[in-house]
Structures are given as C-alpha cells and as structure tokens.
Design a protein around this ligand. Structure first.
Ligand code: FAD
Length: 500
C-alpha cells in the first residue's frame, strides 16, 4: 500500500533541527516521515546553554530519561537567573522559576509586602521565593509534589553543553525512525505554480523531495529568508546588542551554583553558565559601542577560571521574520528570529514553534487558516519576550557609559509602556493569558531593579499591621528552615545519577 504520510524534510541539525525531528517522529509517526539534512562543514551555533523549565515537559513528552539526558549533555540544574548591576551598579537579584510568598484573602502577596516596606519592615522580597533561597544556598531538590509543602512553589530548568544536546536528540530521533542525511544544500526547486518548495539539491547532486520543509538552518534562514524572501522585522533600535563573544572556562572549586548569571557590562552584559565540567561565559554587546577585540579582552578579564578556548565572536540582529510559516516552509529556531539570551528564551521559542506545529500539523496539504494561526501564536510569543527583555534595560538608572545612556533613552513599545504605568501607579500587572513570563517574573525584575509602585491594594490596610508583620515573618521562616535540609547541588546531581 502506498505510504500517504506527509514527507517532512528538516533543514539543519542544530538544537532546533533535532528537537523538531525528535518531536515529529516520536509524536506523529502515523502522520509523517522525517528526513533531516545537516552539514558538519557548516556546523551549529552551539552556545545555547541555559534553558527554561518548559524544556522538562518537552523531554518528558518524548519519553527521554532525565538522568541520561543530563549525563549526556553535562547538564546542571537551574533555579533562575541572577542579575547583577542591572538596576544600578552593586544591585543583585534572582529572577526565580517560582512565585514570591502566598496570597492572603485573595489579595496578591506583593501588596502586603509593599505595605510593610513602607514602614521599613518585611525584609527583601527575594526571601519569599523558595527558588531564591535555595539558589543562594547552592542547594537543589526537585519541587515537592504535595502542593501544601513550602518546597513545592517553584520549578527548575537545565544548563547544558549545547554541542551535546543535538547529538543526544539525534540518537533518539534516528532510533525512532528519522533519517539523517549529511551534506550541504546548494539548490532549492519550487513548484512553478504554487511557489511551494518541492525539493532540495545537495552539493553531491542528490535530490531530496518533500511535502513540508522545516527550516532550522540557523541565522542563514535558507528557505524562509533566502528562498522565499520573507521580510525581516528589525528590533535592534530597542535591543541594540548585536554580537557576543563566547569563552568557556574551567570551573572554580566548590559547589556548582544552580543558576545562570547575567552581569551588566559597560556595553551590554555577560553570561555565566555553570555546567558539570566547565563554565560557559559570553559578553553580549553592541558593536556600535564596543569593538570585538575590546569585548574579547573584557570577557578574558572577567571570567573566574582558566580559559578553555579562544574567544569566539557571534553576530546577530534582534528581530524576527514577519511570518514564520510561509508556503510549505516553517522556520524554527534562529531561522525564524533572534532575541538576545538575557532570559534564556531561544530554546523555549523553538519548543513553542514545535508545539504549534504538532497541533496544526498539515495532513492533506497546508491550510491557510492553520498557517495564520501558527504565525499569530509565534508573533505573540516573540512580542511578549521582546517587551520583557527591553524592561531590563529600560528599568535601569545606570548612567556610566554611552551604551546604558542610549538604551535607557530609547522610546519603548506602547505595550510595555502601558504595563509599566499600571505597575508604577498601583502595583498591578496586566495578565497574559498565555506565553512566557507571568506576574512573578515581572515583579522580580521590576522590584529587583528598584521600580517601586506608588500605592498598594487598599484592602491590605484592613489587616492590622502587627498581624501582617507576623504572618510575613512566618512565611520567610517556612521557606528558610526546610531549605536547610535540601542537599547541595552537586550531591543532588550525584543522587539522581546525573553526573557524567
Ligand atoms: P544552528 O545551531 O545554527 O543550526 C543550523 C543548522 O543548519 C546546522 O546544522 C547547519 O549545519 C545547518 N545548515 C545551515 N545551512 C545549511 C546548508 N546550506 N546545507 C545543510 N545544512 C545547513 N538559547 C537558549 O535557549 N539559551 C541560551 O542561553 C542561549 N544563548 C545563546 C547565546 C548566543 C550568543 C547565541 C547566538 C544564541 C544563544 N541561544 C540561546 C540560541 C540558541 O543557540 C539557538 O536557539 C539554538 O542553538 C538553535 O539554533 P538553530 O538550531 O536554530 O541553529
């Protein structure tokens, strides 16, 4: 009998390509066949090392074993991102994967805390986050399954060696039936009438036909950008960083910190991502404000271990293709757009696109309604993340370099201006129905960078001050005490059998 499954061709074998191939072949084996083309000669970006908690759901859904994945990719646990020197030099806060405190009588915790702050009481907001307290202590445990436990109100993600993640997924995907073809794509054939992509031609002359093409070719955007000419929406006026210099170094002795760190620098910021055997570092900067050589010198001077390679410069632009799905081509990953890694969002965006693709997978040809729905979802995700990233620069009082003066002076998108105005006035946050970064994330960055609302929810004043003070002290204690019983990060990795 004729095989009527949709022939999917995935272009590119970076993180995006192998995530897409693994998900399609594992979850839609009855609906599609999957062939992936990659070129070792071209290589992959290979620096995406910090992730968000959503990746856990992806691995689980595919049925991948957590400990085996962590051993294969030299992964560590991540409880959040610590931002240093962003609001002003000397500032430090952790944007956790979790909430702060508990609501009382249906009123969000933040409002109680704001009232105590006005009297100089209540302590730091960040003492009410389980993930914050655990990360600061260098400890790690998976969240308790009992929602009544104080150790349940957080999530976790991974930090891993990006050059190992693709191969781990490749072994899995090929084991599930995906085909892998090595070779450089040098030609693309299109249907004369529809303009759809019909086949790819490789350097060795081989021809690969397909029904649906998933463009994971990285920044080059081979099919969506180069062949279909999909327009680019540029966001570099809001997010001017356009380069990074990456530098892995040896791990310092002692505990592995269960967090990613982002430290503001004179012309951008630098990341520090601890893995099992090394630390990933990189300086993300604006080439209008800093030369590549000066950035290389700055990262060499900043790292806290012996360098393991020469500094490597990567170039990019903030923005996205106007549509990620055009004709029968769906771009996933860097081929669709890029937002700087300040909040570790790229692999999340890969996952979001794959989730939509699985849901809207075309069985008998592409339906334009499904394609529009896909593009609307991806736009939504990008726009939300964009605003959240801009916030980190806008909500700063740094005045010590041209870069910081320039980014602070930039007008911000209306969507962000409205959100900020509401928070400043009344400590309230517009709710997002879906996507990334809900209230606790915004609160972490706003309060962490010194943006204090002018007022709090008036209902809070009905509670006697002493009772409130007592209750918040109890909440802090209910986090600090059990965290003391949690193992150190390295012991937690060993306990799970996750050490390579
Ligand atoms: P790539 O890794 O570039 O893969 C492209 C693939 O296409 C390769 O296999 C290549 O061989 C193939 N290819 C291209 N052209 C051809 C051709 N003509 N023929 C055949 N094959 C071809 N993300 C995070 O989530 N967290 C982070 O902390 C993070 N940090 C980052 C830091 C920097 C500086 C940068 C630049 C990115 C970072 N990212 C991060 C993003 C992350 O690296 C990417 O989202 C992720 O690696 C996916 O990349 P990709 O697979 O789309 O592209």
């Amino acid at each position: 009998m004729q095989d009527r499954r949709t022939r999917v061709v995935v272009v590119g074998g970076g993180t995006a390509g192998w995530m897409a191939a693994a998900a399609l072949v594992r979850l839609l084996p009855h609906a599609c066949t999957v062939q992936l083309i990659e070129s070792a000669e071209i290589g992959i970006v290979g620096v995406g090392e910090a992730t968000l908690p959503h990746l856990r759901a992806f691995l689980l859904r595919l049925g991948l074993d957590e400990a085996a994945f962590m051993r294969a990719t030299h992964a560590t646990f991540k409880l959040g991102i610590e931002f240093r020197d962003f609001g002003k030099p000397g500032d430090r806060y952790l944007h956790p994967f979790g909430a702060f405190g508990q609501p009382l009588g249906g009123i969000p915790f933040l409002h109680y805390w704001l009232r105590l702050q006005a009297e100089g009481e209540g302590g730091s907001l960040f003492d009410y986050g389980v993930a914050n307290v655990m990360a600061a202590a260098g400890r790690f445990a998976a969240p308790a399954s009992d929602p009544a436990s104080p150790l349940s109100a957080y999530a976790y993600a991974y930090q891993f060696d990006a050059t190992r993640f693709g191969p781990h997924l490749r072994d899995f995907a090929v084991g599930q039936g995906a085909t892998r073809t090595e070779g450089r794509i040098t030609g693309v054939e299109r249907h004369p009438e529809s303009g759809d992509v019909a086949a790819l031609v490789l350097e060795n002359g081989a021809r690969v036909e397909g029904d649906l093409f998933v463009d994971c070719s990285g920044f080059r955007s081979l099919l969506l950008g180069e062949v279909l000419g999909e327009d680019w929406e540029d966001w570099s006026h809001w997010l001017p960083c356009d380069r990074a210099v990456a530098l892995p170094c040896e791990s310092p002795k002692g505990e592995i910190e269960p967090l990613t760190r982002a430290t503001a620098m004179p012309s951008g910021w630098r990341w520090r991502i601890p893995l099992q055997q090394r630390v990933g570092n990189g300086y993300v900067y604006s080439s209008a404000h800093l030369s590549d050589d000066a950035a290389g010198d700055a990262i060499l001077a900043a790292v806290d271990g012996a360098p393991l390679a020469d500094p490597r410069v990567l170039r990019f632009r903030a923005g996205r293709r106007k549509r990620s799905w055009s004709h029968n081509v769906i771009a996933v990953g860097l081929a669709s757009g890029f937002l700087e890694p300040l909040e570790s969002t790229s692999i999340y965006l890969v996952q979001a696109a794959i989730t939509q693709l699985l849901e809207l997978f075309p069985i008998d040809g592409v339906d334009s309604g499904d394609r529009d729905a896909f593009n609307a979802e991806i736009d939504y995700e990008y726009d939300r993340i964009r605003d959240f990233l801009i916030l980190h620069y806008h909500a700063s009082t740094r005045d010590d370099s041209d870069f910081w003066r320039d980014v602070r002076a930039q007008p911000i998108p209306d969507s962000l201006a409205e959100k900020l105005a509401l928070f400043r006035r009344a400590g309230r946050l517009q709710r997002y129905a879906k996507g990334l970064f809900f209230e606790p994330s915004w609160i972490a960055v706003l309060i962490g960078q010194g943006v204090m609302p002018a007022a709090w929810d008036q209902r809070v004043d009905a509670v006697p001050f002493a009772a409130l003070d007592q209750e918040l002290k109890r909440m802090r204690g209910a986090i600090a005490a059990p965290v003391e019983t949690v193992p150190g990060h390295r012991a937690a990795l060993a306990g799970l059998g996750a050490l390579a």
